[in-house]
Design a protein around this ligand. Structure first.
Ligand code: HEM
Ligand SMILES: [Ca+2]
Length: 672
């Protein structure tokens, strides 16, 4: 460890080993990082401790002659707590004897027997043990000869192309809501220097990978092939990639490395409120239970960020926002989602105050938060998941909500709610294929503007135009989503986070590399886990795809999970193939059944249970209602009741926001 530290200190003195603001790859770093020194120190402190445990595991493995298989099977049951290195494990929170009425901001103490489950800065769980070359942290290698796997960029250019493939049954809102909720439950972070500087693994010009003596231990740069038709034009040979921060295992034992989730794993609107009490404090106004806003001539927007590096520019007239999640400014449509839910919180707080004038700021905040979380859970389980997974998966995995006033009996304290690595690092990234590279804005008769999305990445200033929020909401609720397939816009595979540069970074390459960084096994192992026969031949994906796959992969057992998942044909009634479907359904089952505070749980489970009358109201929540209640009402007064589905067709006609088709929740049941 001290050798690593000495080298790190040396690298810090070399300009080429530190990533400089301004490049596209800095945008990628910006994406995973909060520019708050306390936050960085906390993350890197825990990550360092986990790295020490990884090094201890290496020493122990060598001394005791432990095999990779033994590591994979988790057979070293060496409890570290009584040893010196035990201080490196996650400290156990002290939980009150009687559980809190409201879920804690940091998610801890939800499960009495496992109080760290679901808390931020803890490890992802896994569906299958990882595949690391050394059993501990080195990335997976080919099954053919233990040589490195093909370059992610070669896979990306061979398999992924930019073809328009709209799915007219669903709206683009499914994509944007999907990204928004993913920021509630998962954020891994690139490792950084202890002072928060970003690590660079390529030379300053991107024309070569840094030599080993100049390379940080967290580097895993993506080599760009000679013949790359795009990056070749710019003489680029290296795309920066820094490995994710690690976290100690929950059970405090030696073993393979686990990556850290920076957020509360639960569905608790932590993207609105933050995942730590400090973040929440920064976001609250401490008046009437509301959250802080930026009042832009009467329109409530998210509070402005004070961090000069959070967006591309902070010039006069621009805007850059703060919320409970650090990725908010990444896409302007994501800012729109955050704005809707911020406004919803404040709307609820004000309504509750009108009903209960004696309630304190604290009480109003907690009650509004509790209602908002429930609304979000209803929208996810009642509207979003049936769209993405199909009714069959909803039944099979028990994801359906109860009716009217009934409580759920699904809570099971043996279920670990933690986000699985396979879900965060591959399956839920299906969404990257659903992104449209253009945001088309329509006037009353014709399209008025088409915005290329790289123009609005980390540049959300349009939010300040009076009509923009309504315009973009109408785009999101009427434009079709892109289908889940091996197609992605060049906006994501060539130009992501380009800022003012001629080229950006490739999200497809990054997804593939991240899977290897996190030790995900090859696609076939998960296919088998979900009950499908192992793939014997790429021909099963059809001759055209098979030919491409054989060009890059030397064995079917090398195929990366994210790639294999995108290539599958859709499961019945689902937007995704069966492997992704099952990984996603499993995750949402954990988030429902392993969360004591899930809104449907009754008094025997949930100390903050809703009354039967309140439950009945909450179950009316819909994403259309959220839009109706929180848009600016300039252009939007009519809305299709099922906003994730094609609008203007029988059963989903445009309806008046004040009409019965889009029911409102009667908050009078919250009058004390
Ligand atoms: C404009 C749209 C989007 C952009 C620019 C974007 C960009 C990114 C980036 C840069 C990362 C980090 C990659 C890494 O370093 O490993 C990421 C991660 C991720 N994205 Fe997206 N994304 C978009 C939309 C979506 C959608 C629609 C979904 C799901 C429906 C989604 C789900 C995820 C998930 C689950 C992760 C992993 C987060 C983590 O665990 O750190 N993204 N995305
Ligand atoms: Ca959360």
């Amino acid at each position: 460890m001290s050798r690593l530290r000495t080298k790190e200190a040396n690298l810090l003195s070399k300009k080429s080993s530190i990533l400089q603001p301004g490049s596209a790859t800095y945008g990628h770093f910006r994406n995973s990082r909060r520019f708050n020194p306390a936050d960085i120190t906390e993350v890197m402190h825990i990550a360092d401790k986990a790295l020490e445990i990884a090094i201890a595991t290496r020493v122990f493995k060598d001394r005791q002659g432990i095999t990779n298989e033994e590591l994979e099977e988790g057979r070293i049951q060496q409890n570290l707590r009584p040893t010196a290195i035990g201080q490196n494990c996650i400290p156990l929170p002290t939980c009150p004897l009687i559980p809190d009425k409201y879920r804690r901001i940091d998610g801890a103490c939800n499960n009495i027997a496992h109080p760290t489950w679901g808390a931020p800065f803890t490890a992802y769980s896994r569906l299958l043990p990882p595949n690391y070359q050394d059993g501990i942290w080195s990335p997976r290698v080919s099954v053919v000869d233990e040589e490195p796997l093909p370059s992610p960029r070669l896979i990306s250019t061979t398999i992924i192309s930019d073809i328009d493939s709209p799915n007219h049954d669903y709206t683009l809102l499914v994509m944007q809501f999907g990204q928004f909720i993913s920021h509630d439950f998962t954020q891994s972070m690139d490792m950084s220097y202890a002072n928060g500087s970003a690590i660079s693994c390529c030379d300053l010009e991107g024309t070569s990978i840094l030599p080993p003596e100049s390379t940080h231990y967290a580097c895993m740069p993506i080599p760009l092939p000679h013949e790359d038709q795009f990056y070749g034009t710019f003489k680029q040979k290296c795309m920066n990639f820094v490995r994710s921060a690690l976290a100690p295992s929950h059970d405090c034992t030696l073993g393979y490395s686990e990556q850290m989730n920076k957020l509360t794993h639960f569905l608790d609107a932590s993207s609105v409120y933050g995942s730590t009490p400090e973040q929440t404090r920064e976001l609250r106004s401490f008046h009437g239970g509301t959250l802080k806003v930026f009042d832009d001539f009467g329109r409530e927007l998210l509070p402005l960020s004070k961090d000069p590096l959070a967006c591309l520019t902070m010039e006069q007239g621009s805007a850059c926002f703060e919320s409970g999640d650090t990725r908010t400014n990444q896409m302007v449509t994501l800012v729109v989602m955050h704005t809707l839910f911020l406004r919803e919180h404040n709307r609820l707080a004000r309504s509750l105050q009108a009903l209960n004038p004696l309630w304190t700021d604290e009480k109003l905040f907690l009650e509004a938060r509790q209602i908002l979380i429930a609304e979000m859970q209803v929208i996810i389980y009642k509207e979003f998941l049936p769209t993405v997974l199909g009714e069959e998966a909803i039944r099979e995995f028990g994801l359906g909500l109860g009716y009217e006033k009934e409580y759920s009996l699904d809570y099971n304290p043996a279920i670990n709610p933690s986000i699985t690595n396979e879900f965060a690092t591959a399956a839920f990234r299906f969404g990257h294929s659903t992104v449209d590279g253009q945001l088309r804005l329509y006037g009353p008769t014709k399209m008025e503007e088409s915005i290329a999305i790289p123009e609005v990445m980390f540049y959300p200033s349009r939010m300040r135009h009076q009509k923009f929020l309504d315009e973009i909401l109408s785009t999101l609720t009427t434009e079709p989503i892109q289908d889940v397939d091996p197609f992605m816009p060049e906006a994501l595979t060539r130009y992501m986070f380009r800022g003012g540069n001629p080229f950006g970074v490739d999200l497809a390459s990054i997804n593939i590399q991240r899977g290897r960084d996190h030790g995900l096994r090859s696609y076939n192992d998960y296919r088998e886990l979900t009950g499908l026969p192992r793939l014997k031949d790429f021909a099963e994906f059809g001759p055209e795809i098979a030919e491409k796959l054989y060009k890059v992969y030397r064995s079917v057992d090398d195929l990366d999970l994210w790639v294999g998942g995108l290539l599958e044909s859709k499961a019945p009634g689902s937007l995704v193939g069966p492997t992704f479907r099952d990984i996603i359904a499993d995750q949402f089952a954990r988030l429902k059944k392993g969360d004591r505070y899930f809104f449907e749980n009754g008094p025997s489970i949930n100390p903050g249970y809703f009354s039967p009358d309140q439950l009945k109201e909450l179950r009316k929540a819909s994403i259309s209602r959220i839009i109706c209640d929180n848009s600016d009402g300039i252009l939007l007064s009519r809305q299709a009741p099922k906003a994730f589905r094609k609008p203007g067709v029988p059963g989903n006609e445009f309806s008046d926001c004040n009409g019965p088709e889009i029911p409102s929740l009667d908050l009078s049941f919250w009058q004390a």
